[in-house]
Design a protein around this ligand. Structure first.
Ligand code: HEM
Length: 530
């Protein structure tokens, strides 16, 4: 079962607040957002002690990063200022318990409430409408603002404006999330974690959506709903049913690699500051000469990646189900700002034909010895949100928020993803979702959208078929053999513990897949199931 049983959460005990006259909160709690940001800056000093190197070329590049002001910005034209605070909605809650009114308007002290009491109506209406619609997936999340510094000239490979010269710095906003979650899912649950980042450049916004596992469970977008629903509670009784998940795996042999990663220690993480993440799908980079290469994105945490065992995950979930979000927030607050290095793997499209697997298949990784990681730059998260609703929940990421130099490939999953995010966001946030300050697209128009694949030839017969090079098991076996004996033991233990709940036929089918990946793998799980 991918997600451990929900752990009962202790009822939150709000810290005792000294009340002041008319029930308002103490003054510092009600400070305007800008004051709070200033206070936080004092606690959280600029994280990057080194002055940034001067730009190597005079090309315009850098929009002003909002704070802290102490850093030296590269020279260039007056940059567009991206302000974070105060944002709409930050500051005192207009509908909350800080109102100066304690009583409804009535006819006499005991009389009925009058219909014209707009303060009462507004207070109640505001309260019942204040929740935003949740995301369809990745519901539980945490955000942070920061900056990305390009450290290596990528102009030979891409025209992406913020990767043209070392030193180029752009402000960013990131959201971490749990892929299959509700707001109460423990942070350490066996799950896929999302790590999405917006890069605010003068030329527009570029989004990079990553997951913490390098592969996905299916390779065709039409099976995405089926793959997600396999993890969700049964519609009959709202309870997690492992049989549903394993039924899906039995129907989708291509998920064997994903299942192997998910049930290894890599499926459980305690700190977002030590999260390794992957773009999963294959994108395209295009340079000034019009040359295209396939690209895979990787985030590598400067602190090193860290995974935990199922036992530790359960223990942490009992102690504090929100431990990862808390750890991120506290670290940034004390100035211990997490850094992640962006790396890419590049592949010449003509090379793709020679591989035993399809490089546009998101159930596969690319060998890092054949396609080495190329460092690009560093992301530093140095500021907590001061209004979660406006700055984190309203973040609207999409793989199609691309700029010139970055394109979608023909990866079938990515093609399916290309339009569904903005559809979800129209529903979740309304038609004007791009205009929220945090989405940075107030001037966006449909003709601003960077096109993908102009000039690329596409011909063939329309059909509904799987890709030619399916190769569903080789990489799962390679991953199993790359683990040390203790890690293999934990993987097979985790798998057997969950698979035990599936019916005999499904068990036999799944064991067959594991066996095809690696005989020892299949045998170890089968023995533990006896
Ligand atoms: C066809 C397959 C997929 C579909 C239909 C899909 C759909 C969605 C939808 C509807 C959302 C919520 C968007 C919103 O309301 O803002 C979402 C969020 C997300 N998806 Fe996907 N997804 C797919 C595959 C993937 C893959 C392969 C990745 C791997 C990187 C991924 C990464 C994410 C992340 C990180 C988020 C959270 C974004 C945030 O924090 O706001 N998705 N997806």
């Amino acid at each position: 079962m991918p997600i451990p049983k929900p752990v009962p959460r202790p009822a939150p005990v709000p810290p005792a607040q000294p009340r002041t006259e008319r029930g308002s909160l103490p003054k510092e709690e009600c400070a305007p957002a800008a004051d709070r940001v200033r206070a936080e800056q004092e606690v959280c000093p600029p994280p990057l002690p080194e002055p940034r190197p001067e730009p190597a070329c005079g090309e315009p590049c850098t929009p002003a990063a909002p704070v802290p002001a102490a850093r030296t910005e590269p020279e260039g034209p007056a940059p567009r200022k991206i302000e974070w605070a105060p944002v709409q909605g930050a500051g005192p809650d207009p509908y909350g318990d800080q109102l100066g009114i304690l009583h409804s308007q009535t006819v006499g002290p005991d009389g009925p409430v009058v219909l014209q009491d707009m303060a009462l109506h507004e207070t109640l209406n505001g309260f019942v409408h204040e929740k935003l619609v949740e995301r369809a997936v990745h519901v539980k999340g945490w955000g942070a603002m920061g900056r990305f510094i390009c450290e290596h000239d990528m102009s030979a490979y891409t025209m992406l404006p913020f990767l043209q010269r070392p030193g180029c710095t752009v402000p960013t906003a990131s959201r971490f999330s749990l892929a299959v979650s509700n707001k109460g899912t423990p942070d350490t649950s066996r799950n896929v974690r999302g790590f999405s980042t917006k890069f605010y450049t003068e030329q527009g916004v570029f989004d990079l959506l990553c997951n913490h596992l390098p592969v996905f469970s299916v390779r065709d977008a039409i099976r995405f709903p089926e793959s997600i629903k396999a993890f969700l509670p049964a519609p009959t009784n709202n309870l997690i049913d492992p049989q549903r998940f394993w039924d899906f795996v039995a129907r989708a042999p291509e998920s064997t690699n994903f299942v192997t990663w998910l049930y290894s220690d890599m499926g459980t993480v305690k700190s977002l500051r030590r999260l390794r993440a992957y773009g999963v799908n294959t994108y395209v980079w295009k340079n000034k000469c019009g040359e295209r290469r396939y690209v895979k994105y990787h985030w590598i945490p400067k602190l090193g990646a860290e995974y935990i065992t199922a036992g530790e995950a359960e223990q942490l979930a009992c102690q504090n189900p929100d431990c990862a979000g808390q750890d991120l927030y506290d670290a940034i607050r004390r100035g211990d700002c997490p850094c992640y290095e962006l790396n890419v793997q590049l592949m010449e499209p003509w090379n793709a034909e020679k591989l035993p697997y399809d490089p546009l298949d998101d159930t596969k990784v690319w060998s890092e010895s054949d396609y080495p990681l190329i460092p690009v730059g560093t992301l530093t998260l140095d500021r907590n949100p001061d209004c979660y609703r406006e700055q984190v929940e309203k973040l609207a990421f999409s793989p199609s928020n691309l700029l010139e130099g970055a394109e979608l490939s023909a990866d079938k999953m990515l093609q399916g993803r290309s339009f569904i995010y903005t559809d979800a966001q129209r529903y979740r946030l309304g038609q004007d979702f791009r205009r929220s300050k945090v989405n940075g697209q107030a001037d966006w128009r449909a003709d601003c959208q960077a096109p993908s694949g102009i000039g690329v030839e596409a011909c063939g017969v329309q059909e509904r078929t799987d890709i030619c090079r399916q190769d569903d098991f080789t990489q799962a076996g390679e991953f199993f053999r790359s683990l040390c004996p203790e890690e293999r033991e934990r993987l097979t233990e985790n798998l057997a513990g969950s698979l035990a709940a599936a019916c005999g036929e499904v068990r036999r089918t799944v064991l067959g897949y594991l066996w095809q990946a690696d005989e020892e793998y299949g045998r170890a799980v089968a023995e533990k199931l006896r």
